[in-house]
Design a protein around this ligand. Structure first.
Ligand SMILES: Nc1ncnc2c1ncn2[C@@H]1O[C@H](COP(=O)(O)OP(=O)(O)OP(=O)(O)O)[C@@H](O)[C@H]1O
Ligand SMILES: [Mg+2]
Length: 468
C-alpha cells in the first residue's frame, strides 16, 4: 500500500528532521521543504496535510497558506509557530489553517492535531459527497415535465434557487409541490444548510409554536426537555412550511414577526434568537380567498408570496403523462419479475382520458398497482381496470365519483326526464348506458362499476345498442 504523504515546510533543517522522524515512525511518508515556493510547486503530488512554518525567508508562511488554500481548499494545513507569534497564528486560522502548534512541540500534541485534521477532512469529504447525492436525488433530474407550463416552472426554480426571496408554491394535491420545494433548495446556495420541513396541517394547534420555534424545559405541561425548533435547525438553509394554509392565526402572527425581523423567542424564553433561513411555503388552498375570509393574514400572505410558483394540475398538461409513466415504470420495474416495461396504447388512451383529480401522485399509485396486476411485461387495459376506473381516495376524487354516480342514476330513473308517454325498457336501458359512457368519458370499467353491472355485461350491451 502506498504511504500517505505529508509535507513539512520549515527553513530550519533541524525542525524538518524532527518532524520527519516523528511522522515517519508513524507510517507516513514525509517530504521536507525549506521554503513555500518548492512546496507549492509539488502540491500535485497530493499530500494529505501540510505542516507549515510561519516565519520563513522568501514567501512567508501566511502567503504560502493563502496560495495552498487557493489551489487546494480542502488540504489541511497545520501552522508551526513560536510562542510570540500567537497573534499571527490566529490570523492564519482565519485564512483557513486547520490549527497551529507551538515550537518546541509536544509529540503527543502534534500527532493529535494531525489526527484531528485528517478526521475532520474525511468528514468534510463525506458531507460534500452526500450533498452531491442529495442534489442528485432531489435535483431536477427526476423531475418530469416536458409541457410548456412545467418548463416554465423549471425556469422559475432556476431563477429563484440562489435568491433569498420567500417562495410560495401553490397547486392541487399531488402536483409535486414538495418536489419543487426540494429542487429549489438542493439546486441552490441554501443547500449548504439543511432542508427542514414542517407540515402545518399535521401538528395539533397547541404544539405548532413549540415545533416551529422550540421551547424551554418546563415552558408548558409536558415540556420535559428543552427543544430546538425547526426554524433554528434551518439556519443557513431552507425552512419549508408545508400546508401553510392550515396554520393558526396566532402562529401566523409569530411567523410574520420572524419573517420581518429574523428573530424569534423560544416558548418560555425571553431572549431573541436570530436565524438566517430562506422560507418556502406550500399550499393546496386558495390563500387569497382565505385572506378574504379572514382565516389567513394578508400581510403574511404577501411576505410569503414574494416569488410565487404555481404548479398546474395534471389534467392541464396531459402531454406529460407518457413521460411520467416512463419515469414511474423505471422507478418500480426492479420490483417485478418479469419487469413491466411498456404500456399498451389502449391503456395509454385510458390514462389520457382520465381527469386525475389526485394528480401525479394518483398517476404514480395507479401505475404501481397496474404493475402489480400485470401478468406480462406490458400494462394493458385490463391491468388498469381495477384502478383506472377507481378514483383514488383524494378528496377531490371522491367528490368527483359521487358526482358522476349521481348523474348516471338521474338520467335513467328521474321521472322529470321521462315525459308522459311510456318509454320502453330497452330505450331507458340504452339511454342509461349512453349517459354512463358519456359521463365516464368512455371508461368502461368505471361505467360498469357505477352502473352496478359486470364489465362483460356492459360490453355486450354496448355492442347490442351500437353505442361505440
Ligand atoms: N413532475 C414530476 N416528476 C416526477 N415525479 C413527480 C412529479 N410531480 C410529482 N411527482 C411525484 O408525485 C408524488 C407527489 O408529489 P409531492 O408530494 O411533491 O406533491 P404535493 O403537491 O406536495 O402533494 P400534497 O399536496 O398532497 O402534499 C411524489 O411521489 C413525487 O415524487
Ligand atoms: Mg406535499
Amino acid at each position: 500500500m502506498e504511504k500517505k504523504l505529508l509535507f513539512a515546510v520549515d527553513d530550519d533543517p533541524n525542525q524538518r528532521r524532527i518532524l520527519s522522524v516523528l511522522l515517519e515512525s508513524r507510517g507516513y511518508e514525509v517530504i521536507g521543504f525549506e521554503g513555500g515556493e518548492k512546496c507549492l510547486e509539488r502540491l500535485g503530488e497530493n499530500p494529505i496535510a501540510v505542516f507549515l512554518d510561519l516565519r520563513m525567508p522568501g514567501i512567508g508562511g501566511m502567503e504560502t497558506l493563502r496560495a495552498i488554500k487557493k489551489s487546494r481548499d480542502d488540504l489541511p494545513v497545520i501552522m508551526v509557530t513560536s510562542v510570540n507569534e500567537a497573534e499571527t497564528a490566529v490570523q492564519a486560522l482565519k485564512l483557513g489553517a486547520f490549527d497551529y502548534i507551538v515550537k518546541p512541540y509536544d509529540e503527543a500534541r502534534l500527532v493529535t492535531t494531525l489526527d484531528n485534521a485528517l478526521h475532520q477532512n474525511a468528514l468534510e469529504h463525506r458531507v460534500r459527497h452526500l450533498q452531491g447525492e442529495l442534489q442528485e436525488l432531489h435535483g431536477l433530474k427526476g423531475f418530469i415535465g416536458r409541457s410548456l407550463c412545467m418548463q416554465r416552472v423549471f425556469e422559475k426554480i432556476n431563477k429563484v434557487k440562489d435568491i433569498k426571496a420567500s417562495v410560495l408554491i401553490q397547486g392541487e394535491s399531488g402536483t409535486g409541490k414538495e418536489l419543487v420545494a426540494r429542487a429549489v433548495h438542493y439546486n441552490g446556495r441554501f443547500a449548504e444548510g439543511c432542508f427542514v420541513d414542517i407540515n402545518c396541517g399535521a401538528i395539533p394547534e397547541n404544539l405548532q409554536e413549540s415545533e416551529l420555534f422550540g421551547h424551554k424545559k418546563g415552558a408548558f405541561t409536558g415540556a420535559e426537555e428543552s427543544r430546538t425548533g425547526k426554524v433554528e435547525l434551518a439556519d443557513g438553509g431552507t425552512l419549508f412550511l408545508d400546508e401553510v394554509g392550515e396554520m393558526s392565526l396566532r402562529l401566523q402572527t409569530k411567523l410574520l414577526r420572524f419573517l420581518q425581523e429574523k428573530t424569534f423567542q423560544r416558548v418560555g424564553e425571553n431572549n431573541n434568537i436570530t436565524v438566517n433561513a430562506r422560507v418556502i411555503a406550500a399550499t393546496n388552498k386558495d390563500l387569497k380567498s382565505a385572506v378574504a375570509k379572514g382565516t389567513f393574514r394578508e400581510d403574511l400572505y404577501y411576505r410569503l408570496a414574494v416569488y410565487p410558483i404555481e404548479i398546474p394540475p395534471l389534467r392541464e398538461r396531459k402531454e406529460d403523462i407518457p413521460f411520467l409513466c416512463a419515469h414511474f415504470l423505471k422507478k418500480y420495474e426492479g420490483e417485478f419479475d418479469p419487469k413491466v416495461k411498456t404500456i399498451h396504447p389502449q391503456a395509454m388512451e385510458l390514462l389520457f382520458g382520465y381527469p386525475w383529480p389526485g394528480n401525479v401522485r394518483q398517476l404514480e399509485n395507479t401505475l404501481y398497482r397496474a404493475m402489480i396486476n400485470s401478468e406480462t411485461d406490458c400494462i394493458d387495459k385490463d391491468a388498469l381496470f381495477d384502478v383506472g376506473g377507481n378514483p383514488e381516495d383524494a378528496s377531490g376524487a371522491n367528490e368527483k365519483k359521487a358526482d358522476d354516480e349521481h348523474k348516471i342514476e338521474r338520467i335513467g330513473f328521474d321521472p322529470e326526464s321521462v315525459p308522459e308517454k311510456i318509454i320502453p325498457f330497452d330505450e331507458i336501458e340504452k339511454r342509461t348506458l349512453a349517459n354512463a359512457i358519456k359521463v365516464t368519458k368512455g371508461n368502461i370499467p368505471q361505467a360498469a362499476e357505477q352502473l352496478g353491472i359486470s364489465r362483460s355485461t356492459l360490453y355486450r350491451l354496448v355492442k347490442k345498442y351500437g353505442l361505440r
